[in-house]
Design a protein around this ligand. Sequence first.
Ligand code: SF4
Length: 398
Amino acid sequence: MKSIRELYKIGHGPSSSHTMGPAKACEIFKTKYSADHYRVILYGSLSLTGKGHLTDVVIKETLGSVDIVFSSDFIEDHPNTMDLIAYKDSHEIGRMRVYSIGGGALRIEGETFEETSHVYPHNSFEAIKEYCKKENIRLYQYVERFEGASIYPFLMHIWQAMQDSISNGLTDKGYLPGELNVERRANQLLHKKMRNEPSEIYENRIVSAYAFSVNETNASGGLVVTAPTCGASGTVPAVLKYMQERHKFNDRKILQALATAGVIGNIIKHNASISGAEAGCQAEVGSACSMAAAAHAELFNLTIDQIEYAAEIALEHHLGLTCDPVMGYVQIPCIERNAVAALRAIDACGLAYFLSDSRKISFDTVVETMFETGKDMPANYRETSCGGLAKKYKFNEK
Ligand code: SF4
């Protein structure tokens, strides 16, 4: 498996696969071909939700003089495919086919394009667990061992960026960009005074406020951390921020939890998918919930079996979750969905604490199941905005 540095990336929202990935593809292509004009053809999900996800905006910003074609074709190899063509004096001088495979990562056709090499010798939770038990180390120590001590300054940078995305979302008021007229609600969620509010509801409201703040920052094109994607960027920070405030965990402990969550995200990314276009929202918010549950379990020093169970419960109960962003914006259902996932992550950890000795399903099994379920999902439910809420939504309905 690759470094968790490849999983946690800081970038502009609203979508790692639809903005960060295409922007990077354009940068690589521009470096290769110094052209006076470009043409970019978007296929599949990139074409169908590209406008709402601001794909066309980042392409124009990166390439300058460019024609963008929203093709109705689907390319079998990957739902997020784009062709880039370079012209000089009206003659084609080069082309490249790129797949935006999720979390801002790319695959370039015909090239063994690798941003980093593999740093971990194990690829499944089972193998990692066996190693950790034999060596008597925790998951964050496993990360330390293969990434080196320099992983901590990196994780601190990531944690700071997560906290910034929370603060920014809490400060901003008004409406999110786009035609949906979605009101920013993070600030209200945090500060609104409710009479006779039960304490459990109050606590859930605070966790949700942090998730809303990150996802509202994301929806407006602000800087977020892919955890594991931009669309699913609110769940992990919400749980960590809430737990740090309530239980006074120091930053070192938060970084250890982030490292643990990184192992979970990495296993899903390596063996399945973190792309909504490839496997539905179970691969994005489901994965984020699983990472957050593992992080939460690490904060409370749960055993590796309990951490596995927390991550497994969190992913298992997102199986089948579709991706159906209304009008192509990463707003409905995405923002609320991150808040619900943060709450579920906390619940999953609670269940794992009590029930891990009687569990039947391994984390690796649920990861495999999630990917297979995603492959079986019709394209309408994989980030195309052709089905589900995106199809049923009526403009201005309440
Ligand atoms: S529904 Fe889920 S997978 Fe789809 S864009 Fe929203 S957060 Fe991403």
